[in-house]
Design a binder for this molecule. Structure first.
Ligand code: SF4
Length: 311
């Protein structure tokens, strides 16, 4: 199926999925945390998977079936693998623009060294690029890349793309315990990401069973630490853990506000105190959420943080 949804996404609102690679999984990577499983045949060769006109027709047909309340906020390229392997990606984006709905692409950055890929991604209104690490050894361990890819060229490609792209740029760093979560590595990753000046850097954890069953999501403490490291570099940083918080600020309902905001990022004690004050609530709300196990208290760098209890 080429078009599906829309599905609800915290990052993209109502996101209508566009699967531009309707085939078995095809990807230049075989990440240890991949939810689709191992990549049997890794490739970096771009090729045609669809007739672009046909893909556009399919999306149009799907859009026509939707009632007004389901009009998507984004048309999102999210295939069974890496969308930039599709040599017609740029053309497909241009064809879909006639609907006046912003176009998003979620890429693993593996082909960003290729100028044609960068040009294709420039056409999109919203791009998410994977930056799990800036350490070549860790990259090999966590992403199991096709051997033809040169890591340095990916980093250069990311920098070149970010310096020219005028749409909304996001990065995504998947944190897997024991792979890329050491503080000194997170410092380096965050410094690189901060140079890309993303609108938001997302930190995520494997939410469903990964390709290698020993791979674990980092615990809440580590996620809080990673968030703090990224945040300290001046990057707007959010976590994706499967909870769809709305980060709506202060609504007058302290319980909902705490749950929504902690689903997006940890709340430090002083911020919680501020939030309770604005919501005209007292600490009993916080206490009740802690007792029910919906949030956790975490100590980091001498400060107390509250996070959603993720697992
Ligand atoms: S880049 Fe995405 S699709 Fe490819 S192996 Fe990694 S997680 Fe799976």
């Amino acid at each position: 199926m080429i078009a599906f949804g829309p599905i609800s996404s915290r990052r993209l609102g109502k996101s209508l999925g566009v699967n531009n690679i309707v085939t078995d999984k095809i990807c230049p990577y075989s990440c240890v945390y991949c939810q689709i499983g191992n990549t049997p045949n890794k490739t970096t060769t771009r090729k045609q998977f669809n007739d672009p006109e046909k893909l556009a027709e399919e999306v149009e047909k799907h859009l026509k079936k939707l009632d007004k309340s389901h009009t998507p906020d984004y048309l999102t390229f999210v295939p069974n693998g890496e969308p930039t392997l599709d040599i017609n990606l740029g053309k497909e984006i241009r064809l879909l623009k006639k609907h006046g709905i912003p176009i998003a692409v979620i890429s693993n950055s593996s082909l960003i060294f290729d100028e044609h890929v960068r040009q294709d991604l420039m056409e999109a209104d919203w791009v998410s690029l994977k930056v799990d690490t800036v350490n070549e050894k860790i990259w090999k361990d966590i992403n199991h890349p096709d051997e033809k890819i040169v890591f340095k060229k990916i980093l250069e490609g990311l920098t070149k793309f970010a310096s020219l792209y005028e749409g909304k740029l996001h990065t995504e760093t998947m944190l897997a315990e024991g792979y890329n979560d050491a503080p000194q590595e997170l410092e380096k990753t965050a410094s690189f990401v901060s140079g890309l000046k993303p609108d938001i850097a997302f930190l995520s954890v494997p939410a469903r069973p990964p390709a290698i069953k020993e791979v674990k999501a980092v615990p809440e403490e580590k996620l809080t630490e990673a968030w703090e490291i990224f945040n300290s570099k001046g990057i707007k940083t959010e976590v994706i853990t499967g909870f769809e918080g709305t980060d709506t600020g202060f609504t007058g309902n302290a319980r909902e506000d705490i749950l929504n905001i902690t689903a997006v990022h940890p709340l430090r004690e002083d911020s919680i105190a501020e939030l309770l004050k604005k919501d005209k609530a007292d600490r009993s709300v916080l206490q009740s959420l802690l007792e029910k196990g919906l949030i956790k208290e975490i100590e980091y760098n001498g400060k107390t943080y509250y996070v959603r209890s993720y697992y």
